[in-house]
Design a protein around this ligand. Structure first.
Ligand SMILES: Cc1cc2nc3c(=O)[nH]c(=O)nc-3n(C[C@H](O)[C@H](O)[C@H](O)COP(=O)(O)OP(=O)(O)OC[C@H]3O[C@@H](n4cnc5c(N)ncnc54)[C@H](O)[C@@H]3O)c2cc1C
Ligand code: SF4
Ligand code: SF4
Ligand code: SF4
Length: 317
């Protein structure tokens, strides 16, 4: 190939998964912010050797069909502390705990310095809380696909979680099935840029004249899906879903990356072994599961979709 690959022509064709960055043998690709803070890959012409691997690895543009659901469950983690720290019913934490206790490593999304949102790896239970709870913004994958591949090649068990487009990107980057890999994707309706989140948090800081030291999108102290919270100057303030510009526009679907409006994964085809979502409306479909001595919908109930037989061992334990 003589010319530099054109990674995408329209923004709707790039989900920012970073598979191209991870595959490049010359480290010629960097993710750069556009005017709204969304990340897109850019090739450094000086470093590029025109091998074309970055173009071939783009799962988002191939849009191949993947797994379809085999089974679907309503589920709640028996560990109430883990449920309270999770956006839904803590099923991700239960799976991650099992993998870590078996000596494995877990990749998921954490807040980083200045409310950045990044994929990180953890392999001890003390760090599990960092990955719990939804961060409703686009997570930067960085080089975690390459790091996970190195771990997989040593035979270590790896759990990798993310949006469906991120899991599709990982699978295409790996290029083959690994028995020691389990993937989890979430029911996802779109992601705003991290800069939008940071700008929003700054408005809260300005209003309350202090730095936010803790922030959660879903604080369950008074119920599920009602409010988030922030700690400023040692004081906890509630952030009501309906009164928060960020949450309002996020829920309405006005803030997403261009590609989210044409998401190929908003359907039954699931890139991951397991899909996790919120089981809103369970009171209508399965009222027999709720009530005294049963599940409490004010704490969160998850929907768990099993897409491959590979995860049967996790369900049994
Ligand atoms: C951007 C986004 C949109 C969502 N939209 C819906 C929806 O419309 N309907 C619905 O039913 N559920 C949605 N969810 C999923 C839901 O909020 C829960 O994350 C999910 O049910 C898992 O819950 P849990 O209690 O098992 O784990 P939790 O502890 O709540 O979640 C932890 C898991 O979420 C992952 N995660 C957190 N933030 C991100 C992120 N920014 N990008 C990728 N992965 C992330 C972590 O890596 C980890 O795997 C969304 C989640 C996100 C992040
Ligand atoms: S591999 Fe991912 S980041 Fe690269 S062009 Fe394709 S969608 Fe965009
Ligand atoms: S063509 Fe090859 S060297 Fe150039 S950016 Fe793509 S992967 Fe990297
Ligand atoms: S809506 Fe689709 S394209 Fe957008 S982040 Fe979610 S899975 Fe990716």
């Amino acid at each position: 190939m003589e010319t530099i690959p054109v990674l995408f022509t329209k923004k709707e064709d790039c989900c920012g998964c970073g598979a191209c960055l991870n595959v490049c043998p010359r480290q010629a690709i960097a993710m750069k912010e556009d005017e709204y803070g969304y990340l897109y890959p850019e090739i450094d012409e000086e470093k590029c050797v025109r091998c074309g691997q970055c173009k071939k690895v783009c799962a988002f543009q191939k849009r191949e069909e993947t797994n379809v659901p085999l089974d679907c469950y309503a589920a709640v983690n028996a560990n109430v502390e883990q449920v309270s720290k999770s956006a839904s019913a803590g099923i991700f934490a239960a799976i991650a705990e099992k993998v870590i206790c078996d000596g494995g490593i877990v990749y998921g999304v954490a807040f980083t310095r200045n409310w950045g949102v990044h994929h990180v790896a953890i392999d001890n239970l003390e760090d599990l809380a960092k990955l719990q709870g939804s961060k409703y913004a686009h997570s930067n994958i960085e080089r975690t696909y390459s790091e996970a591949k190195n771990e997989l090649q040593t035979g270590r068990r790896v759990l990798f979680s993310g949006t469906p487009c991120q899991i599709a990107g990982l699978r295409e980057f790996l290029g083959k099935e690994y028995e020691n890999l389990v993937t989890v994707d979430i029911v996802c309706h779109g992601v705003p840029s991290v800069r939008m989140l940071q700008d929003y948090l700054k408005t809260i800081e300005d209003k309350h004249r202090g730095k936010i030291t803790e922030f959660i999108f879903r604080d369950k102290s008074i119920g599920w899906g009602k409010n988030g919270s922030a700690v400023i100057n040692g004081k906890k303030i509630k952030i009501w879903q309906s009164a928060s510009s960020y949450l309002y526009y996020f829920t309405k679907g006005w803030l997403y990356r261009e590609n989210c409006y044409r998401c190929p994964y908003a359907c039954e085809h699931r890139p991951a072994d397991i899909t996790l979502g919120d089981y809103w409306g369970i009171e209508k479909q399965h009222p027999e599961l709720l009530g005294k001595g049963r599940w409490d919908e004010s704490k969160g109930i998850s929907c768990v979709i099993i897409n491959t037989k590979k995860v049967n061992h996790l369900l049994r334990t």
